[in-house]
Design a protein around this ligand. Sequence first.
Ligand code: 16G
Length: 249
Amino acid sequence: MDAQPKYLALVDRLRLDIEAMPTGSSVPSERSLAAEQGVSRMTARRALDELEREGLLRREVGRGSFVTRPAVSLPLRLTSFTEDVRARGLVPSSRVLRLETAAAGTDLASLLGIPASAPVTRLHRLRLADGRPMAIERTALPASAVPGIDEHDLASGSLYEILESAYGVRFDAGEQTIRAGIIADADAACLEVDAGSAALELVRTSACHGEVVERTVSTYPGDRFELSAQIEPATARGPERRSALRERD
Ligand code: 16G
């Protein structure tokens, strides 16, 4: 007996194809899928139903099916920019745009869970991969958690590696929000995109032993990046699958 129903094997194959296709491309119809893949139309239909449920395709009556991307708030792994870029076989680097320590102020204080008068280190970096600008990251760190952070080499080093080796901070919890934005005038030249163009903003708050140590807003050019996630049936149990920010085709 097959361990996996036929339509699920087809879903796995199609998911890989669809993930490699640009948004809006057309997906083969039930009938051509059945013929191409040597399965029944019922199996092809169930596979398309499942992909639609996962948010990977949209069906339009009378027109066919088209590739979409799921637009939801996603659980992500607490990996660093450095790790993500290295995993793609590229060389990460940074340019420090701003580094200063000053009072948090009310908004940041409430996000970090500290008094408004408490000092916060603000670190703004242009992040590059193989010398190409990828994102601007604006990080705020409660200064009391990272005394002397500005003495570290933040231009060539990884913040997460420094936090771990020098301060014993290894993030064990975090929250991430993904939102649309606009590239500000001040960021346009650095990112080599037009001011006012679309941005993808990832806002991450990371904590270690219940204490927030980082809040970072990462601004990526919206026309070059997309967020892709492995998704599972609502009934799935076990560890979360991965999500990844990747360059668009
Ligand atoms: C990632 C994190 C960011 C963190 C940075 C550290 C996201 C959305 N954000 O970009 O919060 O500050 O990594 O990178 O993934 P680093 O260790 O390379 O300096």
